[in-house]
Design a binder for this molecule. Sequence first.
Ligand code: BES
Ligand code: ZN
Length: 622
Amino acid sequence: MRIFTVLLCIAFIFSCTTPEKSQPTIMKKDTHSYSNVDQVRIEHIHLDLRVDFQSKILKGYADLTINNFGNADSIILDTYGLNFKKIIYEDKHGAKYTLGEFDEVHGAPLAIKLKPDTKKIRIHYATSDKAAGLQWLNPEITLGKKHPFLLSQSQAILARTWLPCQDTPGIKFTYSAKITVPKELMAVMSAENPTEKNAEGVYEFNMPQAIPSYLMAIAVGDIEYAKIGDNSGVYAEPGMLDRAVYELADMPAMIKAAENLYGPYLWGQYDVIILPPSFPFGGMENPRLTFATPTIIAGDRSLVALIAHELAHSWSGNLVTNSTWDDFWLNEGFTVYFESRIMEEVYGADYSTMLTLLGQQDLEKTVEKIHAGKHPEDSKLILDLDGRNPDDGMTDIAYEKGRFFLKACENAVGRETWDAFLKQYFKEHAFGSMTTENFVEYINEHLIKGDQELAEKIMLDDWIYKQGLPSNFPKIQSNELDKVKEHIADFTSGKGAQSIDTANYTTHHWLYFLRNLPEELSPAQMQDLDNTFGFTNTGNSEILCEWFKKSVDNDYQPAFANMEAFLINVGRRKFLSPIYTKLARTPSGLELARNIFDQAKDGYHSVSRNSIQEILYPETEG
Ligand code: BES
Ligand code: ZN
């Protein structure tokens, strides 16, 4: 018995002194990654890369520190179009490696032989023109027009196009980097960042908190920094900086509101970079440094919900991360809910309710579209994207159905209980990852607790595992938008646009107004609206987009020149797709759309380019 105790103690001490060997078991297989993370995991990546704007490649090496807890004889990495020069162990000896078959969506697995004691490998590599995760902008499409710009977009599975890694959201690692850029430019990453250029053009980065690969990010350009709050600020091209500072003035208040709701901001700094307009998304929650489209700079702070959204990801997504892309709603649904709570805190309930109602309308349309399409099962919160591009899951289901599910939970238990639950959820799972199945288990255990009545109120299974919208879908009523509804009725009954009292309209009143007008309007009505409200010339990108959709629907030619300029200048897919889709409905519209696309496509990010290509040339769809 005593010997047994001694052995047990030795075993215990041993297990404590070799913590790097013990790793939690992986929760579920990520079908979008080749990596063998059930045996070996990356713990740290150090990048040493030169940014070459001439050849449009990143070149250098990646040092991978690994934990081979499963004694694998090889580590399998995700790669896409990378060219390898050599791979060496710490002792500088060459490592054997093989690159598997290439697949258009997933890229190619890189298998590197490991020795029993291998802790570090150095991979010398360069990116190629297949790097969809990188966008190289010629000077002409930047604001300053003098210097080139580089930006990355790694979500969902594009990190592998610019660094070899275990490209799955279920695995987290820390990173550091040395990035060499042309001397006139500054580099920033999803890490501790410089705030000034240096004479050498060499920037060193450290990211002490572990992150998944899809949050790896880099931007290089003629950018400057301005501080906004104690731990927040903004990067932008010099000509944009002042406007950006004005627009984002409420950022400190948002951070405070977020912390009050769901616990401390754990990433130190929160900055935003305003990118050139070809950035294909609205925003991307790269840790410490949100990437954002300049189309949110409206001049009146009316589109900053996007910042609340990306900030909220610092909890939902970046702290507690979807394990696989099938669980994407855990990132986005939680974030839209959280965003809306931040907006309510900072701008009041009337305002956030308008946003919620607009979201509900989007969701209803999306559900209809999905149910009419090839994959009606995509209207479940939990997805099955095996064999498909994970971007297929990027719909309003994850965002809006996810958000309304959380709202239904809030309604069922009351705000206080729900907030305490969420706060605890973030705290317990911080820096970890989450599957839908684990979430279901967690909510059953910590919120529902076997209360049958409550379970029936929440309808968990209907929301998560069934298509469409459950019967406890929260009812949203907005007094503000009810007024707009009356205005629409007045207008369509023949009263002129001038009779509408729009004195208190915000961007969101306008959006609701435009979206809920009848689809068909007469030329006189379109003209009346435009003359009275100046839609064709507004500087608000969201309103412009709605107006251009209406203009295409009603062949309102006076808007077309500005629409064309918008489609060429802006690369944000959310704006491009619906306008091109509408244009493609008629032969003459399609011809115009193809012409515009020909002029614009070199400036689009491949993410946007591919989507528009599919809309305009569906027959060539792969
Ligand atoms: N993480 C997303 C963007 C994303 C998702 C990129 C999936 C690639 C794959 C980001 O947080 C986001 O949701 N952005 C939205 C804005 C938001 C306010 C809804 C966007 O870009 O439109
Ligand atoms: Zn998001």
